[in-house]
Design a binder for this molecule. Structure first.
Ligand code: ZN
Length: 489
């Protein structure tokens, strides 16, 4: 707040450095307060203002002489006499500082508490800008400090600790836009009324929050007047609260912006709501962790089941392969057995066939030998009825016939029956077969085809042609008698 607006409120004309205060020491009554109607001591303003002779008032801070003054707006205050001590804290306080002290005193008094300005500790450990005292107990006091100049966190903490050592609460109040120590100690930031006015028009713009459970976070309160705030604090309706670690992003009203605060004034109900939300959030997080753990376990179980299934599938495929291989081997073995069996069967068949053929050949041989024996027997029988003379006789006839027919004498090559000529005797004219003499009727099938046959008589010819194997035209007989004329010999 610019100095000229302070001046327009309180109407004080500042000299260099200010030089004003609201309290002074009366030589007989002690401390007097210009902001109180009776100056806190049952005095009239006129008892100190422009008195003759002058009352020697002094500065409670530096002991320098001060005199009562009225601003053009009729605000009462004390001004240091010329030549003041250069290091007096009261005399160098700014106009904004003085104005804020006035506003704080007004708010405290509206709340029903008494307010004393510039109250020092008996041992000098602190000097309260405004000391509020409970209407019910003088021991129940609270300091309100107007802090406009820069101060380190350590210094403001140290000054707060000094109040705490005397069991006095304190609230630091700044009208600056930016207040770095707002979370360090119990504090608020206020907006001066414009134009300057009473505490009812000053608004708390920082340092007061409420917990929005639905939103799950703290929201800065910006619609509370300084007077209301002071009344709530003095009525124990507000607590300076260390905000939970997870809730320090404070929502600013009417926008999506946030700011960070680690501590703030708030109500017990909001503190409870924060605790309740934190418990709910922790429950949700625990539930979420439990869900995630269950999901991880389920995933792990699924992976293990999948691994087991794949292992079982590989096992099954391996067994299937083994089974197929064994089956193939078994088929091959059975095939080889079958091949061997078939080969043995064929071999047995071949041996049987061979045996049958051999048997048949043997039978055939026996039959042939039997036929041969029979033919030989028949041929022997056939020739037994013919003597050598009769044979010679027959040969003579054949020879004569050959001379007639071929002008060549038929000759024997052997005088025995020849098997190949049906046991008859072949005769040749030169190199050519002329015919066969007396082939045996049992063996006619052995004769060369179309061989001429010579027999003794019609009876023999009849025996030969009766077989049906020989054409009768090829059989020649010579009407020789069957029986030898032995008697003639
Ligand atoms: Zn002084």
């Amino acid at each position: 707040m610019p100095a000229h607006t302070v001046a327009s409120l309180v109407g004080i004309t500042y000299g260099p450095g200010g030089q004003m205060s609201f309290t002074a020491l009366h030589p007989e009554l002690g401390r007097i307060d210009a902001t109180l109607a009776d100056l806190g001591q049952g005095l009239e303003w006129e008892n100190v203002y422009r008195t003759r002779p002058r009352i020697w008032l002094t500065c409670p801070e530096c002991g320098h002489g001060v005199h009562a003054k009225l601003s053009p707006r009729r605000t009462r205050y004390f001004a240091h006499d010329p030549g003041r001590s250069p290091d007096c804290q009261l005399s160098v306080e700014s106009a904004d500082h003085h104005l804020l002290k006035l506003v704080l005193a007004e708010a405290i008094r509206r709340a029903g508490w008494s307010a004393d300005l510039e109250v020092p500790a008996p041992d000098g450990a602190w000097r309260a800008d405004v000391m509020a005292t409970s209407p019910t107990s003088d021991e129940d006091r609270m300091a309100w400090e107007a802090q406009l100049s820069p101060i380190t966190d350590d210094d403001i903490q140290m000054r707060t600790d000094r109040y705490a050592a005397d069991d006095i609460d304190v609230c630091w109040v700044s009208s600056r836009d930016r207040v770095p120590w707002l979370c360090t100690v119990p504090a608020i930031a206020v907006n001066p009324a414009s134009p300057p006015a009473a505490a009812e028009r000053w608004m708390v713009h920082d340092g007061l929050v409420r917990f929005d459970y639905a939103r799950g976070g703290w929201v800065q309160v910006d619609d509370v007047t300084l007077a209301t705030f002071v009344r709530w604090v003095l009525g124990d309706g507000l607590v300076f609260h260390a905000i939970g670690r997870r809730y320090r992003r404070i929502h600013l009203p009417g926008s999506n912006a946030t700011t960070r605060r680690s501590a703030s004034w708030t109500t017990q109900r909001s503190i409870d709501a924060e605790a309740e939300h934190e418990a709910m959030r922790q429950q949700q997080e625990a539930a979420k962790r439990a869900r995630e753990a269950r999901a991880r376990e389920a995933e792990e179980r699924r992976k293990q089941a999948e691994a087991r299934r794949k292992q079982a599938e590989r096992e099954r495929q391996r067994e299937e392969e083994e089974r197929r291989r064994a089956e193939a081997e078994e088929r091959h073995r059975l095939f080889m057995i079958e091949m061997e069996r078939q080969r043995a069967v064929r071999e047995a068949e071949r041996r049987e066939q061979q045996r049958k053929q051999q048997e048949q050949a043997r039978q055939e041989e026996l039959a042939r030998l039997e036929r041969d024996r029979q033919e030989q027997a028949a041929a022997q029988q056939w020739w037994s009825g013919v003597s050598a003379a009769q044979l010679t006789e027959l040969l003579d006839h054949v020879a004569r016939l050959s001379m007639t027919e071929r002008t060549s004498r038929a000759l024997l090559r052997s005088d025995e029956g020849d098997r190949d000529f049906a046991y008859g005797i072949p005769v040749y004219t030169g190199r050519h077969l002329y015919g066969v003499i007396r082939p045996c009727p049992h063996s006619l099938g052995r004769l060369p085809t179309s061989s001429r046959i010579f027999v003794r008589n019609a009876r023999e010819k009849a025996l030969i042609t009766a077989t049906g194997l020989v054409n009768a035209d090829l059989v020649t007989h010579f009407d020789l008698p069957d029986h030898e004329q032995t008697t003639l010999l």
